[in-house]
Design a protein. Structure first.
Length: 399
C-alpha cells in the first residue's frame, strides 16, 4: 500500500493521525510506503525521530519538502514532485492500494488508479474546499475557479474511489444525499487517540502543571486546545470565557496552541479580560495530556458553516482522556449524537449568550463529572486500536 499525506509525519497531526495508525497496521503484515510533504523547519527538528519510528515498524518513508508559496503554483509543483516519486516507486513496487489522506493526495491517487489500476481509497478528512472558502482563505476572486475545480474533483474522488472514509456520520449522510456514493461505500472512522500518550487523569500531574502555569489550586480552568483564526474565530472562545468569568470570577482560560500571540492579546483587549487570567502554552504532542489535566472543562468550537458537518474534533477524545467534560456549540459534526450517547460527557450550547454561560457555569460546578468515566468514554469510542481495526477491515475488502 502507498499512503499519501499532504500533512507531514513530522507535524503533530501527522504523528497522531497518520503514523500512529500505520505503525500498528504494519505490525499486522501490511507492506506500507508513506509519501508525505514535510515543512522544512519541523522536518529538520523531527526527521531523525520519525525515521527511527518508521524503520522500526518496517515502513518505507518517502518525505518530500512542502512548498508554501506562491499560491496555487506551489501546490502544482508539489503534485509534480509527488508524481515523479510515484513513478520511481512503481519501477520497483506494484501497489495494490493507494490510500489518500485529503484532497491533494487524492489527485495523485486518482491518477494512480487511472494509469496503473491501483485501488483507490479517498479518506476525505472533511469538506476541504468549503473549509478553505468559509475560513476566508479563498475569498479572493482568484480562488473562485479554484473552488469550483475542487468541488468538481470532490465528486470525482467519491465516485471513482473504491471506498471513501468520512470522519462523521453527518458527513456520510451528506455524501449519500448528494448521490456521490451509497452509504455502504462510505466508512465512518473518527479521529482517534493513541492512549500511550494520553494516560488517565493524575492529580499530581494536575498540580505540577498548574504550578508551571502559575494557576491557583482553587481556580476553574476552561481549556481550549487547537488552532485559532480562520474557521476557529477567537471571538467565540473569548466571548464564552468572558461570560463564564462574569458568572464566576474563578474561571481562567488555558489556550494550548501555537497561535499568534497578537491574536490572543487583541482578543483580551477587545473583551476587557484581565491578562493574568489567560494562559497560552505550546508543547510537543507527547506533553499535551499533561497540560489538559490542569483544566476543568474543554471547549470545542468552529464557525457555524456548511463544512462543520465533516468535523471530528481530535480534541474531544483528548479532553475526555484527561477527564474533562466538553463544552461545544450544537451542530458540529457528530457532537450532538455523541453527547446524546454519552450524556455525562459534556454540554451543548445553542448559542453563546450571557444567560447560557451562566447556566453552563452552574452545570459545570454541580455535575461533578467522573474523570474515570470520561476516560472510559474516550476508550470506547476513540481508541486508536478501534480505528486501526476499521482500516484493517477496509483494506481486507480491497485485497
Amino acid at each position: 500500500m502507498l499512503y499519501i499525506s499532504y500533512d507531514g509525519l513530522t507535524d503533530p497531526l501527522g504523528q497522531s493521525q497518520v503514523l500512529s495508525y500505520l505503525e500498528k497496521l504494519a505490525v499486522e503484515g501490511y507492506d506500507i510506503h508513506i509519501l508525505s510533504y514535510e515543512k522544512p523547519q519541523v522536518f529538520e527538528e523531527k526527521k531523525n525521530e520519525i525515521s527511527v519510528r518508521t524503520t522500526k515498524a518496517h515502513i518505507q518513508w518517502h518525505p518530500l519538502p512542502y512548498t508554501k508559496s506562491p499560491p496555487i503554483l506551489s501546490t502544482l509543483y508539489d503534485l509534480f514532485k509527488g508524481w515523479q516519486v510515484i513513478k520511481q516507486l512503481r519501477q520497483k513496487t506494484s501497489f495494490n492500494i493507494v490510500h489518500c489522506r485529503g484532497y491533494m493526495s487524492a489527485i495523485l491517487g486518482r491518477k494512480m488508479k487511472k494509469q496503473y489500476g491501483t485501488k483507490f481509497i479517498f479518506d476525505m478528512r472533511g469538506w476541504w474546499a468549503d473549509e478553505k472558502r468559509e475560513s476566508g482563505l479563498w475569498n479572493s476572486p482568484l480562488y473562485v475557479p479554484v473552488y469550483r475545480y475542487f468541488k468538481h474533483l470532490e465528486e470525482r474522488f467519491f465516485k471513482e474511489s473504491e471506498v471513501s472514509v468520512s470522519l462523521t456520520f453527518a458527513g456520510q449522510e451528506e455524501i449519500q444525499r448528494l448521490g456521490f456514493k451509497n452509504k455502504e461505500q462510505v466508512e465512518v472512522i473518527p479521529t482517534c487517540v493513541n492512549f500511550n500518550y494520553f494516560p488517565p487523569f493524575s492529580s499530581s500531574t494536575r498540580s505540577e502543571y498548574r504550578k508551571k502555569l502559575k494557576i491557583e489550586d482553587d481556580a476553574l480552568v476552561l481549556v481550549y486546545s487547537g488552532s485559532l483564526g480562520g474557521n476557529y474565530n477567537p471571538d467565540i472562545l473569548f466571548r464564552t470565557f468572558r461570560y463564564l468569568q462574569k458568572a464566576n470570577g474563578k474561571w481562567q482560560l488555558l489556550i494550548l496552541s501555537k497561535c499568534d500571540k497578537k491574536l490572543v492579546n487583541d482578543a483580551i483587549q477587545r473583551f476587557s479580560i484581565t491578562t493574568n487570567k489567560v494562559h497560552v502554552a505550546s508543547c510537543d504532542y507527547t506533553e499535551v495530556s499533561n497540560y489538559l489535566m490542569t483544566g476543568d472543562a474543554g471547549f470545542i468550537f468552529y464557525s457555524k458553516t456548511y463544512s462543520v458537518i465533516g468535523r471530528s474534533p481530535t480534541k474531544m477524545a483528548e479532553y475526555w482522556s484527561a477527564g474533562l467534560p466538553v463544552v461545544s456549540l450544537k451542530g458540529i459534526g457528530d457532537m450532538d449524537y455523541l453527547l446524546n450517547r454519552y450524556p455525562e460527557g459534556g454540554f451543548l450550547l445553542d448559542e453563546i449568550t450571557e444567560d447560557n454561560c451562566r447556566e453552563l457555569d452552574k452545570k459545570l460546578l454541580t455535575s461533578h463529572s467522573n474523570r474515570d468515566l470520561l476516560y472510559e468514554y474516550a476508550r470506547q469510542y476513540f481508541d486508536l486500536d478501534r480505528g486501526v481495526a476499521k482500516y484493517k477491515a477496509l483494506y481486507q475488502t480491497l485485497c
